[in-house]
Design a protein around this ligand. Structure first.
Ligand SMILES: CC(C)(COP(=O)(O)OP(=O)(O)OC[C@H]1O[C@@H](n2cnc3c(N)ncnc32)[C@H](O)[C@@H]1OP(=O)(O)O)[C@@H](O)C(=O)NCCC(=O)NCCS
Length: 319
């Protein structure tokens, strides 16, 4: 029997404040009509002063642990994907560990922006498969509202805050992560980046993006990596029950699904409710669809994401 990483539980958390396009249009030169037509986004949640990447991650982790039916002290690995950590160091994963009351485990952050959750999942899966860990919390959590330039209407309307988490458990059997593949191409730094950092400007910086170029790369890279992981798993797009994509833009989701000849009904869409929550978006969408009953045990899932760097990746999972 093969030792695989099974998704034993899922959880998510959103800031209390939900902001509609119309509310945003009161302070930004934009309109509900423009945002919906270009992106499919209707709402986003924005963190208040007491809500941070760490608190949202902790709430999502608690929900995932509860749904897995385990005790927090059984977790021996925490991998947290974020581009908006609470502090430059230590890793936000260690804050989550402390908040969960776990005395000893491995805990670190992964930075791959919007594909961070796929990177974190791959690392955790490798550690579980090798026997280096047995039960992992894999979290994507972000407060992008803190790095947005609220004067730049081309970017500030696109993002939201939130967190999603899964408990991964090493088990022998047919269920679990069947294939996972990551990519990066650092030549495209200037298309999507933050114009600050501790080692350069000494500031946190703001998000900058050339949206049109990002769009083009996203559709090409995502459809290619989805095909690649399905091939690795010995499956085809016809075997896929649900695609759980990074929620950047409804038009990217449609274009990518079309390239793979996947009907839109098999794509989980939450971008209308949450906007782009970067590393949080895949586990957040997964948790929504598990809790509303669409995703069932035994289903074949494809998770995929692309983000700044560029970095991108996909994973095929028998849930
Ligand atoms: C950002 C995005 C929605 C913009 O759509 P677009 O069709 O490319 O639009 P453009 O940037 O070319 O701008 C078109 C016009 O809309 C205007 N515009 C931009 N943002 C606007 C807003 N929020 N409200 C109203 N008008 C806006 C622009 O100023 C421009 O006006 P002009 O023609 O008078 O110069 C689109 O490029 C996109 O989704 N890109 C991918 C981004 C992404 O997903 N990034 C994250 C990946 S992890």
């Amino acid at each position: 029997m093969t030792r695989r990483s099974v998704i034993a539980g899922t959880g998510s958390a959103l800031p209390a404040r939900r902001v509609s396009n119309a509310e945003l249009a009161q302070s930004v030169d934009t309109s509900d009509e423009w945002i919906v037509e270009r992106t499919g986004i209707r709402f986003r949640h924005i963190a208040g002063p007491d809500e941070t990447t760490g608190t949202l991650a902790t709430d999502a982790a608690k929900a995932a642990i509860a749904s897995a039916g385990i005790a927090a002290e059984n977790i021996d690995l925490i991998v947290l994907a974020t581009a908006t950590p609470d502090q430059t160091f230590p890793a936000t994963a260690t804050r989550v560990q402390a908040a969960l009351g776990i005395d000893d485990c491995v805990a670190f952050d992964v930075a791959a922006v919007c594909s961070g959750f796929l990177y974190a999942l791959h690392v955790a899966d490798s550690m579980l498969s090798s026997g280096a860990a047995n039960r992992a919390l894999v979290i994507g959590a972000e407060t992008f509202s803190r790095i947005l330039d609220w004067e730049d209407r081309a970017t500030c309307v696109l993002f939201g805050d939130g967190a999603g988490a899964v408990v991964l458990e090493a088990r022998e059997g047919e269920a679990g992560i069947l294939a996972s593949r990551l990519h990066a191409d650092g030549r495209h730094n200037e298309l999507l980046y933050v114009d600050g950092g501790p080692s350069t400007t000494g500031t946190v910086g703001k998000l900058r993006m050339r949206g049109r170029e990002v769009f083009r790369h996203a559709v090409t890279n995502l459809s290619a990596v989805m095909r690649e992981t399905l091939d690795m798993a010995g499956l085809s797009s016809g075997d896929v029950d649900w695609v759980v994509p990074h929620q950047a833009n409804a038009r990217i989701l449609d274009a990518t699904a079309r390239k793979l000849e996947l009907e839109g009904e098999r794509v989980i869409v939450t971008v209308d409710q949450h906007a782009n929550t970067s590393a949080a978006s895949v586990p957040l969408a997964l948790d929504v669809a598990v809790r509303d009953g669409r995703i069932q045990r035994g289903n074949i899932l494809v998770l995929e994401a692309m983000g700044g760097g560029f970095t991108w990746g996909a994973a095929v999972v028998r849930y």
